[in-house]
Design a protein around this ligand. Structure first.
Ligand code: HEC
Length: 119
């Protein structure tokens, strides 16, 4: 009985990696804009706001960056405020108006909304 354990574990691993491979396969099906926005967020915003939007990064904590998964903040903040912050910056957050296009800023503003927890 004991000898059988590693065998079944191996099957479990195989099944797991198969599932992972399938999940990866479906990635290109994502909307291109969304993929680019995700990369843009990872490149420009995640060092402070975190890849998961929770701002639990070193800089995020240091500068008290906004946690995007905070339902209260998501509800209290308008789309215009989010776009404006990205364009002009706010306190310790730099402005992105000169670094990004208007379309990129709009896409990022929408992306910030995707961190809102499901209710
Ligand atoms: C250098 C760190 C840093 C980077 C990079 C950064 N932010 Fe911020 N961000 C902050 C900080 C700090 C705050 C909180 C400002 C405050 O005190 O109100 C903030 C706040 C925000 C807010 C909330 C504004 C509000 O009205 O409450 C949004 C939205 C935001 N950031 C989006 C972004 C996006 C999108 C990017 C990438 C393009 C980005 N940030 C990049 C540091 C950063």
């Amino acid at each position: 009985m004991q000898k059988k354990m590693p065998q079944s574990f191996r099957w479990l691993l195989l099944a797991g990696s198969l599932g992972f491979a399938l999940a990866c396969q479906s990635a290109p099906a994502l909307d291109k804009v969304e993929v680019d926005t995700r990369t843009l967020f990872a490149d420009s915003c995640a060092k402070c706001h975190g890849a998961d939007g929770q701002a639990k990064t070193f800089r995020g904590r240091l500068l008290s960056a906004q946690n995007f998964t905070d339902t209260k903040w998501q509800t209290a903040t308008t789309d215009e405020e989010i776009s404006k912050t990205i364009k002009m910056g706010i306190k310790k957050m730099p402005a992105f108006e000169k670094k990004l296009s208007a379309a990129q800023i709009e896409a990022l503003a929408a992306f910030v909304r995707t961190f809102k927890p499901a209710t």
